[in-house]
Write a protein that binds this ligand. Structure first.
Ligand SMILES: [Zn+2]
Length: 326
């Protein structure tokens, strides 16, 4: 049973109504701007209404300034950057998968041994069909990112015109529609490449029943694995892979550990005073921010356990494993 809203802390209230900091314009450009005449400025934007767009932007701009942040090369994250010998490009865009966090500032005295060796942080984008599939491989002992898997996904059942409109609406405003069109591949190809990546990291083998080995997915909410992946598998006429049958909803862990509700990633970050980096609702950036929340929760002593499991043989029946759920 979910806790009532009265359990919200005063701090949460204060943080959800911040004084507006001086807004600093911080523009992010598509990495291969010169080769794409239609590329637009990659500015921060939230396309959804989970929290106030304006305050998320202010929070984001302040956070970038504070940590001297630079944008990820979205070609590199997909193994497709061709400009690694261009010093200007390398200087301008981040080509590392590690998290921008001052780990020295995190105490380890509360850290608990985890049941899983690795966490796979997943945060899909795309409501009608999946448009982006980003996964961070996070080591539960070193508490940092080992590797990432990132692909833009081309919808299966949409006309070219609808795809163009969809991508313009979703990514055009933040100037990454060009890299999406350059790199997006079909969902079944994404899954095939994802399984090869899991196998390289010794986390999965088809011959071993297709389940994850010593790893678990971590999501912010149940939507990604309860709803969206099964829907996309139906559209793509694929069987739901067995490793998508169980997951950890970080919001449920957050509620049970801190005894406070957090409706979304931004609210968790505000409460924990973790700077927001990148563009909210760009999947790879959200995934990194969720990983940073998880990193903090681990250092605070949280135990990350499975929160949901799908009944084998059923695509709809999900059992939730925690009594208190968001
Ligand atoms: Zn690059």
């Amino acid at each position: 049973m979910a806790l009532p809203r009265a359990h919200l802390s005063r701090r949460s209230f204060l943080l959800s109504s911040p004084k507006p900091p001086p807004f600093s314009s911080f523009f992010r450009y598509s990495p291969h701007l010169q080769s794409q005449p239609n590329c637009k400025i990659y500015n921060s934007a939230s396309l959804h209404t989970e929290e106030s767009m304006a305050s998320a932007r202010q929070f984001e701009a302040l956070s970038r300034k504070k940590l001297n942040w630079k944008p990820l090369c979205l070609y590199h994250t997909q193994g497709k950057c061709t400009k690694m010998d261009d010093p200007t490009h390398v200087e301008r865009f981040n080509h590392s998968c590690s998290l921008e966090v001052e780990r020295n500032g995190l105490g380890l005295k509360n850290f608990r041994a985890q049941k899983f060796d690795y966490f796979l942080v997943l945060d899909l984008e795309g409501k009608v069909e999946i448009l982006e599939f980003p996964v961070l491989l996070f080591d539960a002992k070193t508490m940092n990112v080992v590797d990432l898997f990132h692909r833009f996904v081309r919808p299966t059942k949409m006309s070219e015109q609808r795809i163009n409109e969809y991508i313009e609406g979703k990514y055009g405003k933040i100037g990454i529609d060009g890299v999406w069109h350059d790199t997006a591949i079909a969902f079944d190809d994404v899954i095939q490449q994802f399984e090869a990546w899991l196998a390289i990291h010794h986390l999965w083998r088809k011959e071993h029943g297709g389940l994850l080995k010593e790893a678990a997915f971590v999501t912010c909410g149940n939507w990604d694995l309860k709803t969206k992946v099964p829907q996309q598998c139906v559209v793509a006429r694929m069987k739901l892979p067995p490793y998508f049958m169980e997951w950890i909803n970080l919001k449920d862990i957050y509620l049970n550990f801190y005894k406070r509700r957090a409706p979304g990633m931004i609210s968790m970050m505000r409460e924990l005073q973790i700077p927001l980096l990148g563009s909210h609702h760009v999947g790879i950036d959200d995934t990194r921010n969720i990983a940073r929340v998880m990193q903090r929760m681990l250092t605070d002593g949280a135990l990350l356990q499975l929160t949901a499991r799908r009944t084998p043989g059923s695509s709809n029946n999900v059992k939730f494993l925690f009594e208190n759920r968001i």
